[in-house]
Design a protein around this ligand. Structure first.
Ligand code: ZN
Ligand code: ZN
Length: 248
């Protein structure tokens, strides 16, 4: 069972988290002992609604994770929460090799329209192997050979770390309990085992557009993990099975 991480003194505002965490250091949640602390907070108006951005830093693996906070989440219960793993090619460039951007935008839109909610954006590009290796794996797939190696490279990720860091971030933010926006019940189980109070699940339903329809239907048909893009298999960064609006 998890060691309760540090003592997360309750403060009144997001800005006060920076001062509170100034000397924070703990054993983290779970076996990798990754500890994060709030380094900076600012308003971040977005096309999806008004948010604050909370920037976390840690001295274990150098990753700078962020929480996008909408409304009052500190001390709140049942806070709608989405975990998203960074995907530069999808989130920023609009790659159609994956559905990461759709998953992120839909989560931001939905949460931005709610009274409160959170998107935790985990900086673990390419399932933790980094951008260059991800592009290398794509290149292997483009060649139509070594798909096994490409898969191995893309699958080279320790998924547990997402949940450990997320559990720490939620505790750092003094969130009382969450409802997780996911189609993957395993995520809820993982977070609960790390001591996060998960009071329910919000299905993550993605509307099909002319851009993503074929991809989403293929992913839905093929159960999420081993899917094909132009006949070349790869592993998705976001491990949520997809639910398409208006189907099933
Ligand atoms: Zn810590
Ligand atoms: Zn992606």
């Amino acid at each position: 069972m998890p060691q309760p991480c540090g003592n997360f003194q309750r403060v009144d505002t997001l800005q006060q988290l920076v001062e509170r965490d100034r000397d924070h250091d703990c054993d983290g949640f779970g076996p990798h002992h990754i500890c994060v602390r709030v380094e900076a907070v600012a308003r971040l108006p977005s096309r999806f609604g008004s948010f604050h951005i909370v920037a976390f830093w840690n001295n274990r693996d150098g990753k700078e994770h962020i929480a996008m906070v909408h409304g009052e989440v500190m001390g709140s219960e049942d806070v709608p929460t989405r975990l998203h793993s960074e995907c530069l090619t999808g989130d920023v460039m609009g790659s159609l090799r994956c559905d990461c951007r759709d998953q992120l935008e839909v989560a931001m839109q939905k949460i931005g329209a709610m009274e409160r909610g959170l998107v935790l954006y985990m900086r673990q590009e390419g399932r933790g192997i980094g951008l260059i290796n991800k592009v290398r794996a794509y290149a292997l797939q483009d060649l139509g050979l070594d798909t096994i190696d490409a898969n191995l490279a893309l699958g080279f990720r320790d998924d547990e770390r997402d949940y450990e860091i997320a559990a720490h971030m939620l505790a750092s933010l003094n969130v009382g309990s969450i409802r997780l926006m996911t189609n993957n019940p395993r995520k809820i189980q993982e977070l609960r085992e790390l001591g996060t109070k998960v009071n329910g699940r919000i299905p993550h339903v993605i509307p099909a557009t002319e851009w993503n329809r074929f991809y989403l239907e293929t992913k839905a048909r093929r159960s999420g993990h081993q899917i094909e893009f132009e006949k070349k298999p790869h592993l998705p960064e976001q491990d949520d099975p997809v639910i398409i609006e208006g189907q099933g």
